[in-house]
Ligand binder design. Structure first.
Ligand code: AMP
Length: 404
């Protein structure tokens, strides 16, 4: 029998489980789905068998991630794509925090699980859910390779000058405080796809990647290696996001505590969940914000302007970090869809060789495309991200390598 070619990708959030089953012969999707509100009475599983275009929903309580994965396995079995299929080569898991320890995709064993567990203090929201997903999948198919693909791995090439905060290194090391960066699978995929769009080898190309989704981060990628990124110890640092503040003077926190009388947990919630675009104007969806801006809403306009100002600062900063830039790539929900954001972020940067062609920018499309004028010194691109495909590709490559 020929070797198995399917990879199941699992992305376990605190109360959700997203999954995709891919066939790596042609990177096609066989099934995709999502379990939401795990642990509540109103859980929902939405499953699509891509080949048939058939979508099914299950509503009703799903107690935990184990029950969720069992329900997913049941749906896959109904489509003859079950976890027991001999065509399944591996399960690839998104793991948010790999610290400094995990620099590449890793075959999961007990030791790896222990190390991911040790990182919980620096990723309290994400790593516990990722671990549950890993453990459950292992218990369902103990014989199958399970691969952890880390959001932080792509950023482990950052030099110490970019990765360290300017604090006492003994304190930093004791508490594992450094800039780890996130969205790494997306930055890796998009920087590579941008090189491909330019018809060049990734090793020859310097790219600024702007991953603008509900969470947002920028990265400076030099010849395929990340040399700086905007998220830090946690995903709170950097750009203005849907609900996160991004950069601020750390003394704001002391001030809120001492003068505002807020607790550490309250400030954490404020900065992570009630700030950013949402905190500024009450909306975190860029579509709604643009609608309000176009209708003359002042708060939405200020939120948009602050968002763009920060973005522009990072483009300039990463231009300086890289020295030479071949392309700026926009990706994720906002980056792929919001033409006004792309236009405003690049406006006035002609001196850096950056410009957007209004006509090309306005065209909607699914694939990677250039939106800069033909003679532009620095290309501006829209490159749709595909984190699931990247996780599947990395997972399959590791399994293939180990089988030879
Ligand atoms: P993501 O986290 O990558 O799924 O991105 C989600 C965000 O993308 C949403 O919160 C919106 O702000 C934004 N978004 C999605 N579609 C559009 C669109 N057509 N125009 C503008 N923004 C969009």
């Amino acid at each position: 029998m020929s070797s198995p070619t399917r990879v199941l990708v699992l992305n376990s959030g605190s109360s959700s489980l997203k999954y995709q089953l891919l066939d790596m012969r042609d990177s096609s999707r066989l099934a995709v789905g999502l379990v939401e509100r795990i642990g509540e009475q109103t859980s929902r599983l939405k499953h699509t068998h891509v080949t048939d275009g058939d979508t099914r929903e299950q509503n009703g309580p799903i107690a935990d991630h184990e029950a969720a994965l069992k329900a997913v396995a049941g749906e896959l079995s109904r489509d003859s794509l079950g976890l027991d299929s001999p065509e399944l080569a591996a399960i690839g898991h998104r793991v948010v925090h790999g610290g400094m320890f995990f620099t590449e995709p890793t075959l999961v064993d007990d030791e790896v699980l222990t190390e991911i567990e040790r990182l919980i203090p620096v990723a309290p929201l994400h790593n516990p859910a990722n671990l549950t997903g890993l453990r459950t999948a292992r218990s369902l198919r103990p014989d199958l390779p399970q691969v952890a693909v880390f959001d932080t791995a792509f950023h482990t090439t950052m030099p110490e000058s970019a990765a360290r905060y300017a604090i006492d290194p003994r304190i930093a090391d004791r508490h594992r405080i450094r800039r780890y960066g996130f969205h790494g699978t997306s930055h890796a995929y998009v920087s590579r796809e941008t090189a491909r769009l330019l018809g060049k080898d990734p090793a020859e190309v310097n790219v600024i990647v702007l991953h603008l989704g509900n969470g947002a981060s920028a990265s400076a990628v030099e010849g395929g290696r990340c040399v700086d990124t905007s998220m830090g110890l946690t995903p709170l640092e950097g750009l203005v996001m849907g609900t996160r503040s991004g950069d601020l003077d750390p003394a704001v926190i002391f001030h809120l505590e001492r003068v505002g009388g807020m607790s550490t947990d309250e400030i954490d919630t404020l900065l992570n969940k009630r700030s950013g675009l949402f905190g500024l104007c009450g909306d975190n969806d860029m579509r709604e914000i643009r609608r309000r801006v176009d209708a003359g809403d002042e708060a939405a306009k200020l939120a948009f302007d602050i968002y763009i100002h920060r973005l522009k600062k990072y483009i300039g900063a990463y231009y300086a970090v890289l020295g030479r830039v071949d392309a700026v790539a926009f990706t994720a929900g906002v980056g792929e869809n919001a033409a006004p954001v792309r236009e405003a972020a690049v406006a006035g940067l002609e001196g850096l060789g950056l410009a957007v062609d209004a006509g090309l920018n306005a065209v909607r499309g699914d694939g990677p495309r250039l939106i800069s004028p033909e003679d532009a010194r620095v290309k501006v691109a829209v490159v749709p991200t595909d984190e699931e495909l990247e996780i599947a590709t990395q997972t399959y490559a590791l399994v293939e390598k180990n089988s030879h």
